[in-house]
Design a protein around this ligand. Structure first.
Ligand code: PMP
Length: 289
């Protein structure tokens, strides 16, 4: 596998980062995860834009333009010859002193991996996934801005561990007020009586690109979607719930904390969204060659 690392496509065995890199020492960096379908990268510009926004928010100056990052990403996919797959774009503060001070890191590092990913078993995309509420909360916006896709994922990892230990595949993360923010690696949509809601970013959700795609698709699918606070009770009593993410795509949820959601199977609205999403990913995107 060829990895793009600081301007060069190198062999996987040569793609090395310093042990003094602040991305590793402190989680000081930002990243993106995106997919490509049939050698077309889905929503590449949006992901790169979010990467630059995240970098700006943490005062990390990138020495490349957005167009260059898009081009490097295409080059990485091309170099690996995969038709379908998943891309991880990572920018770290770079190598510096052992102390926290990011100003002592002279230049950021970027690497791009074009590989594959499989988050959940195939049958869960038809049957739905069991969810559990995690004790670990989303950090308050005043602690870590929820829009920033930073390398600081320890909360989410702890929450994922709790979900797995409760026998679920994915976990719901609440914000400090107890409202549902999102899942550990996906956004969430709730449908009841033909109306759809999703937690607003101000409740601690990442402004997911797939979430945005679902909001765009909603009028075409024929359902109204509002961004408003969601509680666990709303999920218990929903007709349908589904999760969205670049890696997860669109996947139904079958239960939360052992309360069956709706019929406990994929509902008709979810099925429509999965079809519409599939169609969009198969017919749009930035061609890599
Ligand atoms: N929330 C979190 C915490 C995530 O890490 C992700 C991405 N894996 C998402 C939501 C979904 O965002 P996107 O649709 O942009 O991949």
């Amino acid at each position: 596998m060829k990895i793009w690392l600081d301007g060069e496509l190198v062999d996987e065995s040569k793609a090395k980062i310093s042990v003094f890199d602040h991305g590793l020492l402190y989680g000081d960096g930002v990243f993106e995860g995106l997919r490509f379908y049939g050698r077309r990268i889905f929503r590449l510009e949006e992901h790169v834009r979010r990467l630059f926004d995240s970098a700006k928010a943490i005062l990390l100056d990138l020495p490349w333009s957005a167009e260059e990052v898009c081009r490097f990403t295409c080059e990485t996919v091309r170099a690996n010859g995969l038709k379908d797959g998943y891309i991880r774009l990572v920018v770290t503060r770079g190598s510096g002193e052992l102390g926290l001070n990011p100003y002592l890191c002279p230049k950021p590092s970027m690497f791009i991996i074009a590989s594959t990913i499989k988050l959940y078993p195939e049958e869960k995309y038809r049957e739905g996934m069991a969810l559990a509420t995690c004790a670990t909360r989303r950090p308050a916006p005043a602690a870590l801005m929820p829009q920033v896709k930073s390398l600081n994922y320890l909360n989410n990892i702890m929450a994922k561990v709790e979900a797995i230990q409760s026998g679920a595949l994915e976990g719901i993360m609440l914000n400090e007020q107890g409202y549902v923010a999102e899942c550990t690696g996906d956004n969430l949509f709730v449908i009841r009586d033909g109306k759809m809601t999703t937690p607003p970013v101000s409740d601690g959700a990442l402004d997911g690109i797939t979430r945005q795609v679902i909001l765009e698709l909603a009028p075409k699918v024929g359902i109204e979607c509002v961004e408003k606070s969601v509680t666990r009770y709303d999920i218990f009593t929903a007709d349908e719930v589904f999760l969205t993410g670049s890696a997860a795509e669109v996947i139904p949820a079958s239960s939360l904390d052992r309360r069956i959601i709706g019929s406990g199977k994929m509902g008709p609205w979810t099925e429509k969204f999965i079809e519409a999403f599939r169609e969009l990913t198969r017919t749009t995107g930035t061609a890599v060659d």
